[in-house]
Design a protein around this ligand. Structure first.
Ligand code: HAM
Length: 424
């Protein structure tokens, strides 16, 4: 029988890992520069955590959750995103309160039962941040700046930052009325999902990607024209900070995002180097969510980046990950040499030199081939003669330069350009 990874999932193989580690490293570094600290929450939560926060009318809750009963019949869901989990964890552990500014970040897998296609998987990975405790538009601008800085650190270009305000619970009802009035006429020409959205939450229609619906969506009223004075001022000040930071953005008044918890600022970063699934980052404010999930009223903002999509762009840009992490390969001939070689191997590792060895008793030729395949930087070759001299040849695999170095000196001197710390 042949097994295959479940549809919509992908193995991350050893050859892919260096690029993944590069991306994850850049995320951590940037987030920590802005003083965000890591939080890790469980991969599954009680289903309510997601249905309440993400919203009943969203595609995620309606069609995409991996929900199952556990052995005691409790409904659990694999996390489709992490914001709701972070709010749950923050409240449960008393980290979120109106007078505490909490800044956290996370990295990890998320699960959505979507139709798999390029840039869309059922298990995918996000890196995200959440900041609780301030409604200052400066924080909105700083969060967007952090995403932009991260993309710069990753060497990504041709990105566009789209921003919008989706208002608040005070001004949104009037906007929803305006939308309803507008779509009343047109919805019969639109897709069946839009018909349902019209009944439950007409705002979701703006998020429809179906081609026939686009011409109606394009002419729909815009939220920015229906903001109340406070939301308008918040948006204006946020845009002012972005201008001050010289961050380029586009105001996209159709941007509503696929989750219900957003208030005021909503933003996405899209890449021109990707196909249909071109959003590499999505986020925004969610000032009511903490209260809705049982806490006090604490404003918050965050974003999440889709790491598979970043990988795809970096691959397109031909960013080579570090090909090898083997600094030293020790090749040996005969049992006695193997013993000495293994001792040197352990010493190399103790000294922080990544090193590898032959575990199959192969010929010297096969060992050299293996070192080549591993792209080892240096090979140290120990045979009978070498055992007598207690000294052997160290070969630079890239330049083919080689010279002799004593067993006792190998590890201490394994540094500098030629790997042995000498004058070569
Ligand atoms: P989201 O827009 O649903 O937001 O997801 C964020 C990013 O995750 C997307 O821009 C995309 O790059 C990636 N992504 C989403 N679904 C998939 C998929 N099926 N396959 C591959 N990549 C995907 C959120 O999840 C919010 N929790 C973000 C947030 C944090 N808002 C406030 N704080």
């Amino acid at each position: 029988m042949k097994y295959a990874a479940p549809r919509g999932t992908k193995d991350i193989l050893p050859d892919d890992s260096p690029l993944w580690q590069f991306i994850e490293g850049a995320c951590r570094e940037t987030f920590e520069l802005f003083n965000y600290r890591e939080i890790r929450t469980p991969i599954f939560e009680a289903t309510d955590v997601f249905t309440r926060s993400i919203g009943d009318s969203t595609d995620i809750v309606k069609k995409e959750m991996y929900t199952f009963p556990d052995r005691k019949g409790r409904s659990l869901t694999l996390r489709p995103e992490a914001t709701a989990s972070v709010v749950r964890a923050g409240l449960e552990n008393n980290l979120i309160s109106p007078d505490n500014l909490l800044k956290v970040y996370y990295l990890g897998p998320m699960f959505r039962y979507e139709r798999p296609q390029a840039g869309r998987q059922r298990q995918f990975h996000q890196a995200g941040v959440e900041a609780f405790g301030s409604n200052d538009p400066l924080l909105d601008a700083e969060v967007i700046q952090m995403a932009v800085n991260l993309f710069q650190a990753l060497g990504l270009k041709e990105l566009e930052v789209d921003i919008n305000s989706v208002g608040c619970k005070k001004c949104r009802p009037a906007y929803l009325e305006a939308l309803k009035k507008y779509f009343q006429e047109n919805v019969k020409h639109m897709c069946k999902d839009c018909l349902a959205r019209f009944e439950i939450n007409p705002l979701r229609i703006l998020d429809c990607k179906e081609e026939p619906c686009q011409k109606y969506i394009a002419k729909a009223p815009a939220m920015v024209d229906h903001l109340d004075a406070e939301c308008k001022e918040h948006f204006k000040r946020m845009v002012g900070w972005l201008d001050g930071l010289e961050i380029k953005y586009k105001i996209n008044d159709r941007l509503v995002r696929g989750l219900d918890y957003y208030t005021r600022t909503a933003f996405e970063v899209v890449s021109k180097q990707l196909g249909a699934q071109n959003a590499v980052c999505g986020g925004g404010r969610y000032d009511d969510l903490v209260e809705e999930m049982g806490g006090k009223s604490v404003p918050a903002i965050g974003f999440a980046i889709g790491l598979e999509r970043i990988m795809e762009i970096l691959r397109k840009l031909n960013v080579e990950s570090r090909a090898s992490n083997v600094g030293l390969y020790i090749a040996t001939i005969g049992d006695e040499a193997r013993k000495v070689g293994f001792d040197l191997l352990s010493k190399a590792r103790d000294a922080g030199i990544s090193a590898d060895f032959d575990y199959q008793g192969r010929s010297l030729k096969a060992q050299m081939k293996a070192a080549d395949r591993l792209k080892a930087e240096y090979v140290y070759i120990i045979g009978e003669e070498e055992l007598k001299k207690r000294s052997a040849i160290l070969k630079n695999m890239e330049t083919a330069d080689q010279h002799e170095i004593a067993f006792d000196e190998l590890i201490d001197n394994f540094s500098g350009e030629c790997g042995c710390g000498c004058e070569h």
